[in-house]
Design a protein around this ligand. Structure first.
Ligand code: 6LW
Length: 487
């Protein structure tokens, strides 16, 4: 039997994983989105379910796209879960929080002073010392009771592959060695994982002769940008690595639109060095029974009174209510940009269909596909009109207008087939319009998806599709997301 890679699709980058008994828990970066740091659970390493978000950051309005919460480390130690993460925002820094249950509640974060870098790792040695290793690659001991560093930071390693940006360190005690695994080469096509080992948590470290132990740089493989990983041992003693990668589509140079996703590969050992096997979209199952979760329903009717952990907004708690109009999600506009009142979910499939039933009698709102504030497409209704808008960098334009309001908006994302290679092809086509009663889709605009890709926009996130209001109050009766286009 086989499993599919990625194991967590969509914008879930920089995975950090730990195991407690038969349960695995994983945390990812969330950048400018709120709430922050998604936490996922698995019982087999292959199937994952989001169980919460660890932080409710207070990100100032000046936080740019791809600022905010970067690259957590999640560990279980001394009966508790520990999470350390960097808030790349004014007044941010490295934050530490703990929980008895990874689904929450998480403690209020404590700011760690003296760790001046992103990508912090936490490791405890047998004497109970806590080591924080971070970007660069630097290391310092922490006093967890005070949140202060102990002694001066030391530079440990500059990487094993003569590459840029040694980052994402994780430190492990495995057998007689301490292993220092890092990412390098930058998080784009040159990304890689390298490793070193030594006799103590602070080294000295000897690089693996086979570095980098994972990279897809310079290849035509469908999974690219592989790097930034974390090791975990299964109950049967086998080792696995979770890491980020991207799936570019279309012609040259290829565009990835779902962000950096989480992949899984087995790890074997040769001469006490880890060897990461081939990373492909279809992989041999691990040697234990798979334990999938029930599929999430396509539609959220907003009847539950609370929103699930998959719903995210930009920078702060959105101006939304689930009680103003029972059974509806009501958004109160707080400004003219869609980020001011936006709630959405990650696009997790290359082809998908999104629809929402909207009552815009009291305002203007719609459905948006967002990469960042400078790259988004939307279909909106209100004031007796329905229109499609596009923002691509500094160009902001109304692409189509019809003089009628709509009660159901729809966006279909159609991936470019990967078979026939056309150097000019984009990754996908985004169709935006109105769904009429009976299901007829009136397409108002069909736009090239490359402009909502990381290769065009830059940054570290992926597409998020959601509802917004830019004037007055707008009510949504339901929102649904289906992985592929049915009609
Ligand atoms: C992250 C760094 C990286 O902090 O990209 O891929 C940065 N690796 O480790 C943003 O995710």
């Amino acid at each position: 039997m086989t499993y599919g890679n990625p194991v967590i699709s969509g914008f879930f980058p920089d995975p950090s994983v730990c195991r407690v008994g038969e349960d695995y828990y994983l945390a990812c970066s969330s950048f400018e989105y709120w709430p922050g740091v998604p936490i996922l659970h698995s019982r087999d390493l292959v199937h994952w379910e989001q169980i919460g978000n660890a932080l409710e950051p207070d990100l100032p309005p000046s936080t740019p796209a791809s600022g905010g919460l970067y690259a957590p480390t999640l560990r279980h130690h001394d009966g508790r879960f520990w999470l350390i993460v960097t808030n790349v925002a004014p007044g941010g820094g490295n934050l530490l929080c703990t929980a008895d249950d990874p689904a929450g509640p998480w403690s209020d974060p404590v700011r760690i002073t003296g760790v001046e870098g992103i990508d912090p790792d936490l490791t405890w040695d047998d004497e109970g010392n806590c080591w924080c290793t971070y970007w660069g690659i630097w290391q310092v001991r922490l006093d967890l009771a005070t949140g202060q560093t102990v002694g001066e930071p030391r530079r440990l390693w500059s990487g094993g592959a003569d590459a840029q940006a040694p980052e994402a360190p994780h430190l492990y005690r495995i057998g007689e060695y301490w292993y220092l695994m890092i990412a390098e080469g930058g998080t784009e096509r040159g990304h890689a994982i390298s490793i070193a080992r030594g006799p103590a948590p602070d080294g000295p470290f000897e690089p693996c002769p086979a570095n980098p132990i994972l990279t897809h740089r310079g290849t035509h493989r469908p999974i690219q940008n592989t790097g930034h990983g974390d090791l975990v041992q299964a109950p049967d003693g086998s080792w696995w690595v979770v890491f980020l990668g991207a799936r570019p589509r279309g012609g040259t140079p290829g565009w990835h639109v779902l962000g950096r996703e989480t992949f899984l590969a087995p790890v074997t050992w040769t001469d006490d060095w880890p060897v990461i096997g081939a990373v492909t979209p279809v992989m041999a199952d691990p040697p234990w029974p798979l334990r999938p979760f029930p599929a999430a329903p396509a539609r959220d009717d907003f009847d539950a009174g609370t929103l699930g952990p998959e719903w995210i907004s930009v920078r702060s708690r959105p101006g939304l209510s689930l009680t103003d109009k029972p059974g509806y999600l009501v958004l109160h506009a707080r400004g003219e940009s869609l980020e001011d009142a936006f709630v959405g979910r990650r696009q997790q499939h290359h082809s998908c269909r999104v629809r929402a039933a909207i009552d815009a009698a009291g305002g203007v709102g719609g459905l948006a596909v967002r990469l960042d504030e400078r790259h988004h497409y939307e279909v909106e209704t209100g004031d007796g009109e329905t229109r499609v808008l596009a923002r691509i960098g500094s160009v902001r334009t109304t692409v189509a207008t019809v003089p009628a309001s709509a009660s159901c908006l729809r966006i279909d994302v159609i991936a470019t087939p990967s078979g026939d290679w056309d150097p000019l092809a984009g990754p996908d086509t985004v169709r935006l319009g109105i769904e009429h009663p009976g299901g007829e889709f009136e397409v108002l605009a069909e736009l090239d998806g490359r402009y909502l890709s990381t290769e065009v926009a830059g940054g570290f996130t992926g597409r998020v599709i959601g509802m917004y209001a830019t004037a007055g109050t707008v009510a949504f009766d339901w929102f649904d997301y289906s992985p592929s286009i049915l009609a």
